[in-house]
Design a protein around this ligand. Structure first.
Ligand code: FMN
Length: 216
């Protein structure tokens, strides 16, 4: 067996950072999410805002990538992207998505299923305006998920837009904006000793959340 495979197959981690008790957890998963989020920030976990976003294409091929959570709204979670990229095309065909946060330092994972919808253009405008100028120009320069001859092509395009918008505010490209993910299912995972992990799920039934503990 190669050294790397030996490492992969034999390294084990014990989980002992905490527990999750449904009898004292909030009845609303959004509250629990926000509680865990605050704890992740306090603990200064690496990349607390980053989550894996899974989408499914019109041909039923799943794909996942990391994006940043940029706002927690009353009815869901917002991230920003290029609407024309792969994930945008997938969501156009199938609005069901899955979000997954993993906060290693807290030994926690949160899985959320939801429906993604484009946010209002005013919301995207406001967020875009708050971004650093370089990121704003990048949103124009990058034809996300499309083929590129080489890195120079991208640099040239960045320069083109940098000249085009010289001495003026960079407007939001029409193909760039946010999605709101409205959740209908949550699963909170807390690592426990001896692999007896806690898993608590919340399923939306009309306006109520049904809480259930499931096997690890
Ligand atoms: C830490 C991290 C954060 C990222 N945040 C975003 C983001 O907020 N929005 C975005 O469109 N892409 C983000 N990306 C890039 C995506 O992972 C992905 O490469 C890109 O969006 C193209 O995905 P697609 O081809 O599936 O549409 C991030 C990547 C990493 C590693």
């Amino acid at each position: 067996m190669s050294d790397i495979n030996k490492k992969i197959s034999t390294e084990r981690r014990e989980f002992e950072a905490g527990t999750l008790d449904e009898s004292i957890a909030p009845n609303n998963p959004k509250e629990l999410f926000e509680g865990w989020f605050k704890e992740a920030l306090d603990k200064m976990v690496t990349e607390p805002y980053a989550f894996s976003l899974a989408t499914v294409s019109k041909d039923n091929i799943p794909s996942a990538r990391i994006v940043y959570l940029r706002s927690i709204e009353e009815n869901g979670y917002v991230f920003f992207t290029n609407y024309k990229g792969k994930k945008g095309q997938d969501i156009e065909a199938n609005s069901s998505v899955c979000m997954n946060f993993f906060w290693a330092e807290k030994e926690r994972q949160i899985r959320i299923y939801g429906k993604a919808e484009k946010i209002e253009t005013e919301f995207s405008d406001a967020y875009f305006a708050s971004r650093p100028r370089e990121s704003q120009l990048g949103a124009w320069a990058s034809h996300q998920s499309e083929g590129l001859k080489d890195h120079q092509e991208l640099s040239d395009r960045l320069e083109f837009y940098s000249n085009k918008f010289k001495d003026q505010e960079v407007p939001r490209p029409p193909h760039w904006g946010g999605y709101l993910i409205v959740p209908f299912y949550y699963e909170f995972w807390q690592g426990r000793a001896k692999r007896l992990h806690d898993r608590i799920t919340f399923t939306k039934e009309e306006n109520n959340w049904l809480i259930k503990r499931i096997n690890p």
